[in-house]
Design a protein around this ligand. Structure first.
Ligand code: HEC
Length: 162
């Protein structure tokens, strides 16, 4: 009897180690929290370090497009196209701001960057629906976030008007 139970223990340990090895155990790869592992591929990195150039050549042209094309209700589908393009560019550029988080007040920077991403993303969807009253409101709300960041991180300069 003692002989059988001793072998039982040996077999149980064997199965446990085997299970662990093929990833069934508590430390199997599938159980790792998402994002815990180091990314194996290339990482995202800013192409220009200068915030000034980034704002001047990525943000400013898209802001000017929105200002121009939202000044009055677009007449047709073609008229909404530049608004869709500019809002999507700004939404994705909100992600790129997160690559440029400064050491001081980083949490606030990220909060405003995410707000820009979300509001521009909403504007993009509204432009697809060709809903001018909502688009105008979202555009103004977006500029408030741009200006809030400029207030806090650019010494209050660049207060943009709709
Ligand atoms: C997370 C912070 C942040 C957000 C959000 C932000 N900016 Fe900026 N922006 C800056 C900083 C910092 C500068 C100043 C860069 C410098 O001159 O060093 C700047 C400068 C600018 C300038 C002046 C560039 C020039 O050539 O003089 C423009 C235009 C601009 N931003 C547009 C925008 C627009 C449009 C948005 C919103 C859609 C926006 N920014 C959102 C941080 C931000």
């Amino acid at each position: 009897m003692q002989f059988v139970s001793r072998w039982g223990v040996v077999v149980a340990i064997g199965l446990l180690v085997f299970g662990w090895g093929i990833g069934l155990g508590p430390l199997g790869e599938e159980d790792q929290p998402v994002g815990a592992a180091e990314p194996a591929g290339p990482s995202l990195e800013p192409v220009v370090e200068s915030m000034h150039q980034f704002m001047e050549y990525v943000f400013e042209p898209n802001y000017k497009l929105l200002r121009q094309h939202l000044a009055a209700e677009p007449a047709d589908k073609k008229g909404w196209k530049p608004i869709k393009a500019a809002s999507l560019m700004l939404a994705e550029s909100g992600n790129l701001l997160l690559l440029r988080t400064p050491e001081e007040e980083g949490a606030r920077w990220n909060e405003l960057s995410v707000a820009v991403r979300q509001l521009s993303g909403q504007l993009y969807h509204t432009a697809r629906d060709r809903d001018y009253p909502s688009a105008s409101k979202q555009y103004r709300a977006l500029l408030q976030k741009c200006n809030a960041c400029h207030q806090e991180f650019a010494e209050g300069k660049y207060q943009l008007q709709p």
